[in-house]
Design a protein around this ligand. Structure first.
Ligand code: C2O
Ligand code: CU
Length: 751
């Protein structure tokens, strides 16, 4: 059974346990001793089953059982044993002796209902609060349970009251627990987390202290971190590491702005030594030697967009189109994008998803800049130093903004032979104005040089799948033998499944990073996380149509062999339906899903599981009631908290950082750290077995545990969030800050 199934199973059983115990109590109160005994036995058996389930779940990681083992199961055990001891013999006696009266006594009813209340705490806690169990929630739970038992006693047995002193003590205890618990809920979270999680991320069941005891106040403080992991000593080496690993600061010196004199009075962030505002961490002013400057102007405005089927969509757009103009460059070029806002009243920014730009170019409102309001503008400048498939999108009220169309693709082609900007890419001579595009918003920078290169962002508008700007099948043709590259970009909040039929192919790059030794694929499903990118490559077959299907439902792209090999690759082949038919979108539904953690060939990486990590952070993703910025909210939580109350992770330039990301919830969470790509170390305790996998967005499905690592070599203040932007909007956002970087902005929203 998978962890996700176990979690669901446990939830189901926990409800049944509560129903059984409560039912036993109710039956006893109604003097139906036979039914009461049957339910009592059911409750007892299911309670034991819960303990067994928890033990199995614990094998997947302490996080999955923490609140069960520290709180709800002990409660159930104590109440269950008490009920068995007091009510059990009386019930048995009543049934065997036929003395039905016995069952109605308070000594039977109250313990049975008490066990029911304790049992109910299981599912209620799991659904409403989730991870982690805190003293606050624990005390409130116990207080509520105690109060319920006292109240039950009064109702069931008005004639046999508890002895007064005992009653007073019980009431006082429940009250005190309740008040203490409520008070603790208002203890603010620490503002920062300096890292230092358990040394062995996956199975950390050996330290329950991490939960109930430690978490009333949340994560560790910097001081505890230094003691706890010995990382304090390692920090001394941070400086060497920085030099050694070539911190990617993108010519921040070139932008002038040495911080000392420029810091604005009200900044937040760790102000140590030579503090730098994030606004000083900007891109260079010129390209790399040989590169050119690619200038684009994007104007955000509302527009009614007509899709290929004729359907009209009320959208928020860049330049009146959806997706926005494709931005292309060749490695070494300087990309300069002037963003203007015509009339998007909530404001707009551009975030370069997956592109490790300097922090000041990252486009996060309230953190790296203010949102661009109507009539305003902002210019982004960064070096195109990562070849591959990326995308851009607004980060201001991004859940709505991206969904409504404020996104586009960013494709950087490798510099082939000779110095950068030798003219291989389109626009190299013209300066790449944004108006110049290929048909359908697709077409990579090197399409003419390397064959057919299609960039296909997938987006959903009102339930319709749109590939590029087409809500109907994209029909293209290519001469047999043409090398084809399809760049799939998921701009939605949930994963998409792709299948490619009609030709063997390879998944050559993930999130812009080339894979090592990717093997040939066929009859395979590719699940692309929200925010992620897959590049597929193949050679156009001679007699078959190649079909790209989305979600086993939509025919996304039909690529037909073209008999005339003059090189034009944009006209639909006449009679494409007759050229070796490839079936329909549904055919791939049964094809197994590719496990990208085991695809390709292993190769060396600059660090790995065995490396010494300077910081370790654990992010347990769940759902629960929490206070978000002071107001109660049923949020998507990280370690039990929601933005902006999740402690900011603090790192130093040059450090090696490890994340353990655990999903306890029933939703998939595509995790995305800005400004860095992470190396996947393991999933569910199993080390990656294929090509090194560098991702900027990784899908943590229910019950999964991912271990990833990265070198902190891009100083700044970064968003670290779920890329289901609706989840982000509901709290699943935190920040990762470099020591010494500050921000003058005060945005309280998650973007
Ligand atoms: Cu594409 Cu903060 O995200
Ligand atoms: Cu999520």
């Amino acid at each position: 059974m998978s962890v996700a199934t176990l979690i669901t199973f446990d939830l189901l059983v926990s409800v049944l346990v509560a129903v059984a115990w409560l039912g036993a109590g109710a039956a006893a109160a109604a003097r139906r001793s036979g039914i009461a005994l049957a339910l009592f036995i059911t409750g007892a058996v299911l309670s034991v089953a819960r303990v067994v389930t928890a033990a199995v779940l614990a094998g997947a990681g302490w996080w999955f059982v923490q609140e069960k083992i520290t709180l709800t199961l002990p409660l159930l055990t104590v109440a269950g044993v008490a009920a068995a001891a007091t009510a059990g013999p009386r019930l048995v006696g009543a049934v065997s002796g036929g003395g039905a009266d016995l069952a109605g006594r308070p000594a039977v009813v109250v313990p049975l209902l008490g066990a029911g209340y304790a049992a109910a705490a299981g599912p209620v806690y799991a659904l409403l609060l989730g991870y982690p169990a805190t003293w606050s929630a624990g005390l409130v739970t116990v207080a509520l349970g105690g109060a319920a038992v006292l109240l039950t006693w009064r109702i069931v047995s008005p004639s046999v009251p508890l002895p007064a002193p005992a009653a007073r003590t019980a009431v006082a205890a429940a009250l005190a627990a309740g008040l203490a618990g409520t008070g603790l809920a208002f203890v603010p979270a620490p503002e920062t987390d300096a890292g230092g999680g358990p040394p062995s991320g996956h199975m950390a069941a050996g330290h329950p202290a991490d939960g109930l005891t430690a978490d009333a106040t949340g994560a560790r403080t910097a001081g505890e971190h230094a003691i706890g992991t010995g990382a304090g000593a390692e920090h001394a080496t941070g400086v060497d590491a920085m030099g050694e690993h070539g911190s990617r600061t993108h010519g921040e010196g070139g932008s002038g702005g040495e911080a000392a004199g420029e810091r604005e009075p009200e900044t937040r962030g760790a102000a140590v030594g030579d503090a730098r505002p994030v606004t000083a961490l900007r891109g260079p002013s010129g390209p790399a030697p040989g590169g050119t400057v690619r200038r684009f102007t994007l104007t955000a405005r509302t527009a009614t967009v007509t899709l290929s089927s004729g359907r009209r969509v009320a959208a928020w757009t860049f330049d009146g189109r959806v997706p926005g103009p494709p931005i292309t460059a060749v490695e070494g070029d300087l990309v300069e994008v002037r963003l203007r806002n015509a009339d998007v009243t909530s404001g707009v920014t551009i975030h370069w998803h997956g592109y490790d730009v300097p922090a000041g170019e990252d486009g996060v409102p309230g953190l790296t800049q203010d949102a661009v309001r109507p009539g305003q503008e902002f210019t982004y400048r960064f070096l195109a130093d990562q070849a591959g498939t990326y995308w851009y999108h607004t980060h201001e009220v991004s859940d709505i903004g991206v969904r409504k169309g404020l996104y586009g693709t960013l494709v950087v082609s490798p510099r082939v032979g000779g110095p950068a900007g030798s003219g291989s890419g389109p626009g190299a001579a013209s300066g790449g104005e944004s108006g110049r595009t290929r048909d359908g918003g697709s077409g990579g920078p090197d399409a003419s040089a390397t064959g057919l290169d299609l960039t296909l962002p997938v987006h959903t508008f009102g339930g319709t799948t749109v590939l590029g700007d087409q809500d109907r099948t994209v029909e293209r043709s290519a001469a047999p033998g043409t090398p084809v590259r399809l760049r799939l970009v998921n701009t939605d909040n949930t994963p998409h499944r792709f299948t490619l039929a009609g030709t063997p192919y390879r998944l050559v790059a993930v999130d812009g990073q080339d894979l090592n030794g990717p093997g040939e694929l066929g009859r395979t499903g590719l699940r692309l996380p929200a925010g992620g990118r897959y590049d597929l490559a193949f050679t156009m077959p001679a007699a078959r149509t190649v079909l790209l299907a989305v979600d086993d439902r939509t025919e996304g792209l039909r690529l037909s062999p073209q008999q005339d090999s003059s090189g034009g690759a944009s006209t639909p082949a006449p009679g494409s339906g007759t050229a070796g038919s490839t079936g329909s979108a549904r055919d791939g539904a049964s094809w197994p899903e590719l496990d990208i953690t085991r695809y390709g060939t292993p190769a060396g990486t600059p660090f790995g599981s065995g490396s010494r990590f300077d910081r370790r952070f654990t992010l347990v993703l769940d759902r629960g009631l929490t206070f978000s910025g002071g107001r109660p909210m049923y949020a998507h939580t990280v370690n039990g908290r929601a933005f902006p109350s999740i402690p900011t992770q603090v790192v130093r330039d040059g450090e090696l950082v490890r994340f353990t990301v655990v999903n306890r919830s029933r939703d998939t969470h595509p995790w995305h750290l800005h400004g860095h790509r992470v190396l996947v170390l393991s999933r569910d305790g199993r080390a990656t077995g294929g090509s090194p996998l560098w991702l900027d967005t990784f899908d943590v499905r229910p019950g999964e545990v991912w271990e990833v690592a990265f070198r902190a070599a891009n100083p700044g203040m970064w968003m670290n969030h779920c890329h289901n932007l609706a989840h982000a909007d509901q709290g699943m956002v935190l920040h990762l800050d470099y020591e010494g970087v500050t921000t003058p902005f005060h945005g309280a929203h998650g973007g």
